[in-house]
Design a protein around this ligand. Sequence first.
Ligand SMILES: [Fe+2]
Ligand SMILES: [Fe+2]
Length: 196
Amino acid sequence: MSLVISKLTEDHRNMVLLMSLIGREVDALENGERWDHRLVEFILDYTQHHPDCRHHPLEDEIRDKLKRRAPEAAQAAGDVLAEHAELIDLAHRLDDAVKTVGTKKGPTPEETAAVAREYRERLLAHIDAEETQLFPLALENLSAADWQEIEDKLGSDIDPVFGGGIKEQKYEKLRKAITAWEDEAALVEAGRDEVG
Ligand SMILES: [Fe+2]
Ligand SMILES: [Fe+2]
């Protein structure tokens, strides 16, 4: 598998995890329970800086090259550029909603939860389409030189939350929440094994 595709797929797994964390918090908000709005804000800050600025442009590049190599295949892969623009817009809308929910001019908890659900569902459908259509078609049609060109654009930028390099202090709370969430999931899994 191309290094670029494995990196993009890894990003997808991380995004799915972050969507689960957002889901947990907005469910609590909607149910009138305590919710961690700062955590949701950190997640949205991260997604708007890293995936939106690093991940999506690489996929746009893959789509461009596929269009040149195999226009029919690119057509079948769908319009990822338009979907990226929609996802970026949804992330901004959710960010605004989370920052103003409950204020005089802000949305209700239910409206905020609805935006969060829409963002999550659209992002998951988008990821699924990329992994089942765009990526396989690109792997089939792009040349080694094409992949090298895209790989060169990966650069040395290290993911500030999931990457192994220097981690930005502002995401510390987010990293702790991710670790706790993963520990919890591992415990549930271990419990299932015992029951099974
Ligand atoms: Fe994408
Ligand atoms: Fe993607």
